[in-house]
Design a protein around this ligand. Structure first.
Ligand SMILES: [Zn+2]
Length: 319
């Protein structure tokens, strides 16, 4: 009997990733390329990378059942169309990307946004394996999220479910990309962490911190989390503050949806326990009992591969 494989295609702001994944979540033939700065070119590269993978399979004994695309921007899941992109210019609004890539490859293709696919990947094959209901929070340059139940992403009435980055925590807080003030995203994203570091350095140039060794434009959430891991005090306090906001938002979400587990992923999750300890403390403090003590709180397990594995998981769970 032929082994079944699912193709994962992850379209991020900086990289396009493609790989084949089996039903146990094992990945093979991973390819990564820089995302062209134009939607049309990016789509052509995506198809070319996918065809490259298919060429490898024809000679073997496996069958590629279909492909999933995780897209780094808002997606109309119901109509399988891109709503636009925050990261890359030139993506046509309402583009039926799944249909177009499907026709080019001769395969069924499903499309979702990349936070939903990463959450699905973590729920199936990562930290949430075996859990029925998973809330996934992706902390990168922005903050995305996903609600996964019984191995399916819950999209809601307007394909907006899981958008925890836009939960408002501080009515007069910092401006968010969505136009509102005080959303979780401008308080706790990687971008917000980088900005908090620059602000602290501007306010107090005498601070004893390794962040001073870097030009301001290189200070990002990932740098802050790397330095926090190495024990830099200012970086640790910035991570702790963001983790407190994340704990508050997660507690509010859990009071509504009551999942078995909350998983924190994305670039900033590289901070590990430096992030998770204050996150756990905040969540236990803010959520209502018994969920405050009984909800499992995990760091994502798949790392950078969550995107491509999750995109394949979308194909696996919908075909
Ligand atoms: Zn917002």
């Amino acid at each position: 009997m032929k082994g079944k494989l699912y193709m994962g295609l992850d379209v991020g702001g900086s990289k396009i990733s493609a790989a084949l994944v089996d039903i146990r979540g094992q990945m093979s033939l991973l390819r990564r390329q820089s995302t062209p700065p134009d939607g049309k070119l990016a789509q052509e590269l995506l198809v070319e990378m996918a065809r490259g993978l298919l060429e490898h399979v024809t000679a073997s004994t496996a069958e590629v059942v279909g492909a999933g695309i995780g897209f780094g921007g808002p997606v109309d899941y119901r109509n399988q169309r891109i709503r636009g992109s925050h990261h890359t210019e030139g993506w046509e609004v309402n583009l039926p990307l799944a249909q177009e890539v499907g026709e080019a490859l001769g395969l069924p293709v499903r499309l979702d946004n990349d936070a939903n696919t990463a959450g699905l990947g973590e729920a199936l094959f990562g930290a949430g394996k075996g859990k029925e209901r998973v809330l996934y929070i992706n902390v990168g340059t922005g903050i995305g999220g996903a609600l996964v139940r019984n191995q399916q992403v819950y999209h809601g009435a307007h394909c907006h479910a899981g958008e925890i980055g836009h939960v408002i925590l501080q009515k007069d807080g910092p401006l968010c990309a969505c136009g509102h003030h005080g959303c979780l995203e401008p308080l706790a994203s990687g971008t917000a962490m980088g900005q908090a570091a620059v602000r602290a350095l501007d306010e107090n140039p005498k601070l004893d911190t390794r962040l001073k060794d870097y030009p301001r434009e290189e200070i990002s959430g990932v740098l802050v989390s790397d330095l926090a891991l190495e024990g830099d005090e200012l970086s640790r306090s910035i991570i702790a503050q963001a983790a407190d906001w994340l704990g508050l938002a997660a507690a509010n979400a859990c009071n509504v949806w009551d999942p078995d587990a909350v998983i924190i992923g994305g670039g900033v999750s590289g901070a590990g326990d430096t992030l998770m300890e204050p996150f756990r403390r905040a969540f236990r403090g803010y959520a209502a009992p018994p969920a405050n003590e009984e909800t499992d709180l995990y760091l994502a397990k798949l790392g950078y591969d969550a995107g491509v594995v999750g995109a394949a998981a979308l194909a696996l769970t919908t075909m």
